[in-house]
Design a protein around this ligand. Structure first.
Ligand code: GLU
Length: 545
């Protein structure tokens, strides 16, 4: 079958995850490609320009592994797909997922555990034709012929009958069940055929299963679909990108820094679990996060939900994922979903395993944020962040939130960056008396103490200037007052006051533009911090002098 079926044949693609975990980036990319092909068929775009009979994208849960499947995983996968914007035309009812609490489409049920009678009907057909035999309560398919099939990416594959075992298609019936469960191989073939799936797009780990599937299609008298296996996504070191990477990163960081388990944690059995984890007896992602966070390190994002939590934009992640194994040709790298639907061609997927370049993704995200208006950034940022509370314990006003967004717009690469960079805005800890420890020594030396404490002198002038600014302490008023102060006292430039002020209010020489920074801190707290700083360093200067 060619990549574009006859124009009268509707194109049907599907994403068929096993609900045994979160949506991994590899799964997200597979879902993206399947979604795009259905969109192309719907909208007569790309290789489907002359196609006239539409397209559909199906979500189907392959829950034949009952011990490992869960409703929570189904919900997480569905939520991640919706966050990415990859909605489906047909799929099961999923409780707790808005818009999908009832099933859509008439080719269901869309959950394999709800389709058992269907598999038994088709098993009966195979049995009548002599294709199967019983073995210890299970049923095996008898492989008698060599199999040849063509994959859109990997080309023609031939496997000899002798090299394909007689494989189980129906498991032994478990106690208490009315009907036995099929294996993945049988269920996937019956479902794809009965759901009219034309393009089976899935990860390359299933390429080795495909000879079995092709043999089943033939024995069942179903027309074969187009198979399109997508290459695995690799880490830069050549290992496969997997959820174990979180554990690997945590073990490495812990070993490098001789990380001891924290003395107190409120997590049951943490110490035993940590010891097992360290000895590679488990790869618990929760432990990995605790270890990495306690070392001030980020957890490597693997699942779509990880990228969401870090504050990547879904359209950027989709753009980047689309490039893992495919490209539109030419220099074009950054594009939106509509452009992707226009340009995508699954016959151009490359079989070399692509490497996941985190720096490149981060740069794509930074650029996308920089290209927004501050208002757009403000909306996204505050939808992402928890509400923030000021030094007076009150939730921030919309005006203050906008000042914050202005302050961080050009330095945010992901939506979680501003919160990390702005902890100095948090309410002060009244229990701790101000001391030199609050200030970065390099910054104090350069911006307060140098040239006979010139910075402290300028800071005092800035303090008096700021004390005279109105109580609403608007950024524009602060900026005008500081500029006037610089001119009046013949200082070099705005930095003469801005740098000492930064050290005084944040302890470091790096903050957003000074007028925005001070407006966020508020007048009373700004003055209080300046006074505390002056007190600490004037004493220090006296002691030295
Ligand atoms: N349920 C399979 C998996 O999650 C997908 C199989 C397929 O797409 O055909 O790996």
């Amino acid at each position: 079958m060619s990549a574009t079926p006859a124009p009268h044949k509707p194109v049907v693609t599907r994403f068929a995850p096993s609900p045994t975990g979160n949506l991994h980036v590899g799964g997200a990319r597979t879902a993206l490609y399947a979604w795009v092909v259905a969109q192309q068929a719907k909208r007569n775009l790309g290789p489907f320009k002359d196609h006239s009979s539409g397209g559909s994208f199906i979500l189907r849960f392959e829950d034949t592994d009952r011990a490992r499947s869960s409703a929570a995983s189904e919900r997480q996968i569905a939520e991640s797909l919706l966050w990415l914007g990859l909605d489906w035309d047909e799929g099961p009812a999923i409780q707790g997922v808005p818009g999908h609490e009832t099933a859509t489409g008439d080719r269901g049920p869309y959950r394999q555990s709800e389709r058992l009678p269907i598999y038994h009907d088709h098993l009966a057909r195979l049995r009548d034709a002599g294709h199967v035999y019983d073995d210890d309560g299970a049923v095996r398919f008898r492989v008698t012929q060599d199999v040849t099939f063509t994959d859109a990416v990997y080309g023609q594959v031939t496997v000899k009958a002798d090299d394909i075992e007689d494989f189980v298609i129906m498991k032994a019936k478990a106690d208490g069940d009315d009907l036995a469960f099929p294996t993945f191989h049988f269920a996937v073939v019956v479902d794809d055929a009965l759901m009219d799936v034309t393009h089976v797009i899935r990860g390359v780990e299933h390429l080795a299963n495909t000879p079995k599937h092709a043999a089943l299609y033939d024995a069942l008298g179903f027309p074969r679909p187009l198979w399109c296996h997508t290459p695995s996504i690799m880490n830069p070191d050549g290992s496969k990108m997997s959820k174990r990477d979180k554990a690997k990163a945590a073990r490495k960081a812990a070993a490098e820094r001789s990380w001891p388990a924290p003395p107190v944690t409120n997590i049951d059995g943490f110490h035993e679990r940590w010891a097992d984890f360290r000895d590679k007896k488990n790869d618990d992602a929760g432990i990995a996060s605790i270890v990495l966070r306690s070392l001030g390190l980020g957890v490597p994002e693997i699942d779509a939900s990880d990228f969401r939590a870090t504050g990547y934009l879904p359209k950027v992640l989709l753009n980047y994922l689309s490039l893992l194994g495919w490209n539109p040709g030419g220099d074009l790298e950054r594009f939106g979903l509509d452009q992707l639907v226009d340009a995508f061609d699954l016959s151009r997927i490359n079989k070399a395993n692509p490497k996941f370049d985190r720096d490149k993704l981060l740069e794509f995200n930074r650029l996308a944020i920089a290209e927004m208006t501050t208002e757009q950034f403000n909306d996204l940022l505050w939808a992402f962040c928890e509400p923030r509370y000021g030094t007076d314990g009150a939730e921030w006003s919309d005006a203050k939130k906008l000042i914050y967004s202005k302050a961080y717009h050009d330095r945010a690469r992901v939506l979680s960056d501003p919160a990390k960079a702005s902890s100095f805005l948090d309410p002060p800890d009244d229990e701790v008396a101000p001391s030199e420890n609050h200030y970065d020594p390099k910054a104090t030396k350069k911006w307060l103490m140098k040239n006979d404490t010139q910075g402290l002198t300028d800071l005092e002038k800035a303090r008096d200037t700021l004390a005279a600014v109105g109580d609403d302490f608007a950024p524009e008023a602060i900026e005008a007052a500081l500029e006037a102060c610089v001119a009046e006292h013949g200082m070099k430039n705005l930095g003469s006051v801005a740098q000492p002020l930064r050290v005084a209010v944040s302890g470091s020489a790096v903050t957003p533009p000074i007028h925005l920074t001070l407006a966020l801190i508020g007048k009373a707290e700004t003055i209080r911090r300046i006074d505390a700083c002056l007190a600490v360093f004037k004493d220090a200067a006296k002691a030295e002098g």
